[in-house]
Design a protein around this ligand. Sequence first.
Ligand code: NAP
Length: 396
Amino acid sequence: MRRVSVFGATGSIGQSTLDLIGRAPEAYHVVALTGGRNVKNLAEDARRLNAEIAVTGYDACLPALKEALAGSGIEAAAGEQALLEAADRPTDWTMSAIFGAAGLAPGLRSLRHGGTLALANKESLVTAGPLLLSEAAKHGAKVLPVDSEHSAVFQALVGEDIAHVERVIITASGGALRSWPKEKLATATVADASAHPNWDMGQRITIDSASMFNKAMELIEAKEFFGFRPDQIEVLVHPQSLVHALVGFNDGALMAHVGPSDMRHAIGYALNWPERAHLPVERLDLAKIGQLDFSAPDFERWPALTLAHHVMERGGLSGTIFNAAKETALDLFIAGEIGFQDMARLVERVLQKFWAEEPSATNGHNNAVIPLENTLEYDQIARIRAREIAPELTAG
Ligand SMILES: NC(=O)c1ccc[n+]([C@@H]2O[C@H](COP(=O)([O-])OP(=O)(O)OC[C@H]3O[C@@H](n4cnc5c(N)ncnc54)[C@H](OP(=O)(O)O)[C@@H]3O)[C@@H](O)[C@H]2O)c1
């Protein structure tokens, strides 16, 4: 039996992961399941899959979790330290699917026991890519990408020499607002930005798709994970979300990965790697689909993409600041405190402030390993700066 843990088990990726694990309960021993506020689901899944321990990220949720697990023999715990202790329990395979920078520390910690980390939490690579990969190398752990685009690139690279890669193209659906005229974007509400045309995902990533911040994060993620130069990584708008990525080689070949818009494909690939196993996802009928469309991204419409390129060129703590400012901007948009387009304006202002005031921390240190304490410190400062700057945007 493989020992597995799922961090962020109550979320969209977490639930898809448990769906796959739950189809073959005889193959897995579930060590830890973690969630946030949704303790009811967390306890139900822990009972159903007979987990050793269920952990909520929030202390205030512990009484409810304990009550929901009463009589089951399953341990209950809460808080950041408890998440780290859960990550200390040895596993063969761990899913990192907490949303946001909160997923970084538990994922890093799980690398210590040298198993496989299936990384859905893109913030880990954007915030602390060199640290995460060096920790994995130090402990002999394997990191596998779960973002569909990066899983697609990973699959296209099997058996290939990465030195032969000229470029990598990751696709973007364009999100919920892709057909909106540019002038109307300023009026987009949370509900408008939360209705993704193709993917069924959590609300935050769905809004990030509409603003293209999700793709911006993925550009940085591709640079960090595979080590490509920023100028090798491109975005292509593909409304059907069936071609997830393409890898261009030095002989002119483009290897495209085509698959259903169902995260269970990428999760299942990481779960079964290096084997392929049967997965309960749709088999595409390309004759029925008939047409696949592609177009270049509009960088004026989606300034997040340009910001990502600046962040990739700069390196250092720029990714940490970018992600923290982005998460804060998203919180403020969801709370109705800033507009849809203010999110990119705010992230740009925060980055510019750091670039002007702290050039040595945010420049010229590509691939340097920055300790977790420094990373978390800058993450916190960037969030504070973003909240300080935000009122200036709405004041005009
Ligand atoms: N959804 C997708 O299709 C998709 C695709 C590619 C990559 N990703 C990435 O995968 C990650 C998860 O995305 P998602 O869409 O699954 O997110 P989601 O549906 O919002 O779920 C997030 C999970 O994290 C938990 N969580 C949130 N804040 C936490 C905290 N402070 N401490 C502990 N747990 C916390 C949530 O708990 P509660 O819900 O119980 O509060 C939930 O289990 C993100 O990094 C995202 O970018 C997602």
